[in-house]
Design a protein. Structure first.
Length: 108
């Protein structure tokens, strides 16, 4: 029975990998026929990258005793802090966008 579970897990891993590759590679392959369609996603990725760099520069690298005992360094703490700040900013932007969209639809 244990071998059956192991085989099932490996099949699931392979299927997840196939799904990830399909989700990333197939849209890129389809966009190669129309390179102008790649501009907006590249701009969005660049904006998110710049937002992360700004968030990373604002994040602190302070550690408590428990984090040091787990082997967390100041760089890792700062990277995680930057990712969290980026997520908070994107969350607020999404909520504001949803509220604005609903108000805009209600007024039309």
């Amino acid at each position: 029975m244990e071998n059956f579970v192991d085989i099932g897990l490996w099949v699931a891993y392979i299927l997840i990998l196939v799904a990830i590759v399909s989700a990333v590679v197939l849209p890129i392959v389809n966009s190669l026929g129309d390179p102008k369609s790649l501009i907006k996603p590249l701009i969005a990725m660049a904006v998110i990258g710049v937002l992360y760099l700004i968030s990373w520069s604002l994040a602190g690298d302070s550690l408590n005793a428990k984090a040091v005992a787990l082997g967390v360094s100041g760089g890792v703490s700062r990277a995680v802090g930057g990712a969290l700040i980026t997520m908070y900013i994107l969350f607020v932007v999404a909520i504001v966008g949803i509220v604005f969209s609903e108000i805009n639809k209600a007024l039309k």
